[in-house]
Each structure stands twice: as C-alpha cells, then as structure tokens.
Design a protein around this ligand. Structure first.
Ligand SMILES: Cc1cc2nc3c(=O)[nH]c(=O)nc-3n(C[C@H](O)[C@H](O)[C@H](O)COP(=O)(O)O)c2cc1C
Length: 238
C-alpha cells in the first residue's frame, strides 16, 4: 500500500498541499456571523469554474444569496417546511426507496453520529425538525449558494457538477472558509423559484452554506470513518 494512504489525518503537514486541502475539508453545520466579502465569493467561483466538464459544456448555474435576499429565502424556506414538511419533494431522487448494504450501514452510522453530536435522539421529533430547519437557515452562514442545472441535460452533467462543487469547497477551504453542500435545498425548489426568479427549465440540484465555521460545535468535530482504498479499488496489473 502507498505509505501516504496509511498516514492518519494528524500527519496532514506531511502531505502535498493539495492533499492537505482535500483531507482538511469537512462538512460544517454551524457557522459564525463573521461576514464574508463578496469579492472572496467571486474569487472562489472564478477558480471553481476551471472544473472539468464533458466537452467543456460547463452545466453550472449559481445563485449567491447574502443580506436581505438570504433573509428572504431562509424565512420562506423555513415557513414552507413548517407548513408541511411532507409536501416538500426533491427535483430528483436522492436515494433508492430501499437502501441496501454497504450504503445502508454507512447511512445509519452517519445519521446516528450526527444525531449524537447535535444532541438529538431519533425519537425526538421536535429536535429533528429543528435540525432540518437549520439546514434551511444555511446553518447561520452569511452566504448561501443555490445550484441549478438545465433540466434537459443528462447524467454526465451531474458528474461535471460534482467537480465544480468540490472545487468551490476546496477554493473556500484554501481561504479559511468552510462549507456544507446541501442537496436538501432541492426540496425548496418552489420557494427558490418564487424568491430568486429561477426559471422552471432549471432544476434545483443543491445549495451550499459558506462561511467561517463555528468549530466549538460538536457537529463540526465529528470523526467519520472513510473506507480504505482497498475496499473500493481493484488494482489490476495483468
Ligand atoms: C451531493 C451531496 C449532498 C449533500 N447534502 C447534504 C445536505 O443536504 N445536508 C447536509 O447536512 N449535508 C449534506 N451533505 C454532506 C454530507 O453529509 C457529508 O459530505 C458526508 O457526511 C461526509 O462528511 P464530510 O463531508 O465531512 O467528509 C452532502 C454532500 C454531498 C456530496
């Protein structure tokens, strides 16, 4: 095995800069109210746009919400959620109806770690509602991003989009900022169309919270298991 793969994250300083950046990016679910300069957001997007895309099609379309627009969107999203969580539907399927192994175990392990960190038990309906609401408040981050894609595009464009979103998260991390990528925002497509004028032919893929993380919060210090390279890779040499 490549010795670099065996090192723990505590050895981050021994990695090339880009590996350090990749491994130090973690999803954050609580942010400080420290403002983020809009010029910094533009710089991040200017770097992220160098993401590869099938035949350079660049399928991304972003809406950046700050200030009063952010207030408007988060208020409307929380209202919609409170009015009828069961009425909110994503614009594309998130998971299969019945999750199978090994994904089912990974999913439930993650959910239970997050619940423990947030101090919310599975049976605590009110607590769980409150935590979902925090998603729609961008976890208090001062910048919210909404990502849409022309709905006539195909699956390949989702791969391109993933590259773009990862670039945003890394460019943010390199500037001392943190992120939470949030597919849950797809549930709020009607609200986002009304508040931001997003046309029907754009599918709401995801959102993202962007800001300075509050690292005193337990949910921002979770230790997640990442499967070993050998578990997801076949090295074939003959
Ligand atoms: C496509 C995608 C969608 C995600 N959607 C959400 C979301 O809606 N809400 C959320 O809290 N986290 C979301 N996440 C974050 C994942 O839960 C997180 O990446 C995963 O648990 C691994 O944690 P890490 O990013 O710290 O390695 C999403 C991540 C990805 C890549």
């Amino acid at each position: 095995m490549n010795s670099a793969i065996q090192k723990g994250e505590s050895d981050l300083q021994n990695y090339p800069f880009i590996d350090e950046l990749i491994m130090s990016r973690r999803t954050k679910r609580g942010f400080l109210d420290t403002p983020v300069n809009i010029e910094t957001v533009k710089e991040i997007l200017s770097a992220a746009k160098y993401a590869p895309s099938s035949s350079n099609t660049q399928p991304w379309r972003c809406y950046v919400v700050t200030g009063a627009a952010r207030e408007r969107v988060t208020t409307a999203a929380v209202d919609a959620f409170r009015a009828g969580p069961e009425l909110l539907a994503p614009e594309y399927a998130f998971f299969p109806d019945k999750m199978h192994e090994p994904y089912a175990s990974r999913f439930t392990t993650f959910r239970s770690l997050l619940g423990d960190a947030q101090g919310v038990h599975r049976s605590d309906k009110v607590g769980r509602m409150r935590d979902v609401e925090r998603q729609f408040l961008f976890f208090d981050a001062p910048v919210g991003l909404i990502f849409t894609m022309d709905r006539r595009l195909e699956w390949a464009s989702f791969i391109c989009y993933g590259c773009f979103i990862q670039n945003i998260m890394l460019a943010a991390k390199g500037r001392g900022l943190d992120t939470c990528p949030q597919q849950i925002w797809s549930l709020q497509a009607p609200v986002l169309r009304a508040e931001l004028g997003i046309p029907q032919d754009e599918m709401v893929i995801a959102g993202m919270s962007l800001g300075y993380a509050d690292n005193s919060m337990a949910e921002n210090n979770m230790s997640l298991h990442k499967v070993q390279v050998e578990e997801f890779t076949s090295f074939i040499d003959a």
